[in-house]
Design a binder for this molecule. Sequence first.
Ligand SMILES: [Zn+2]
Length: 269
Amino acid sequence: MFSGDDILSCILAIIMSVIASGVSNLVICFLYSKEEKEDEEKNIHALCQSCKNEYSKVAYLFPFLRKKKVSSCPNCGSMISNQFIVMQLLNIILYIATILYLGLNLETVLLCLFITALITISMVDFRIYEIPDSYNLFILILGIFISIIDRNEIVSHLIGMVVISGFLFLVALISVFMGREAMGGGDIKLMFASGLVLGVKGIVVAFIVGCIAGSVIHLVRMLVTKADHQLSFGPYLAMGMVYSVFFGERTCNWYLNIISAYGRLRNIM
Ligand SMILES: [Zn+2]
């Protein structure tokens, strides 16, 4: 079932994902640990939750090393948050899937880094309702490289940048005029940068999938916990975009086929 090449790809995927997610953990904790110390609200679990002490860098890089002294707080001995292990596991699974599905090439590696950024953004947005600008910038840079590799489709990548972000910008503008803030600027920037990565078909599919996932999951959460949650849109958009990395093009073509089949049917009748 699996060839030697597949096994080699899996091993490479695991090594790459552990390094990439470890570095991302480290970067995000570096960005937020100071704020977490000063502001109760800005808590992304970068610091020890009992004494607000910093863990060692190795703990952020390899949180699954559940060893005393390595991933425990140097001050009180509490273990680093499980969220970092969950994020690293998600990275490993998605890297393996992406590399097996798309094959190992430079574009796949860039898409893997895109996925790592999306996972980190989701965690931060879920915790503190904020999407870090530096990660949006990182995605934009990935998008520039992907557009250069995929230069035959450059127009699609460029339109992708503005098609959803432009729409969200309009929604935000209208909602400001109506005196309420519905859309975070971080979401708009995320869709701008990710549109360059995914192209027009990809980003539209990602947005629709994200909206559907967001409404369903948010509704279930509200029913289960009976609480009025503030919605962080980032994780759902990220889910849509991961879906789009795998099935975006296919879903879009499938939909366009249905439309054209319907059109032909109407012509016959
Ligand atoms: Zn501690």
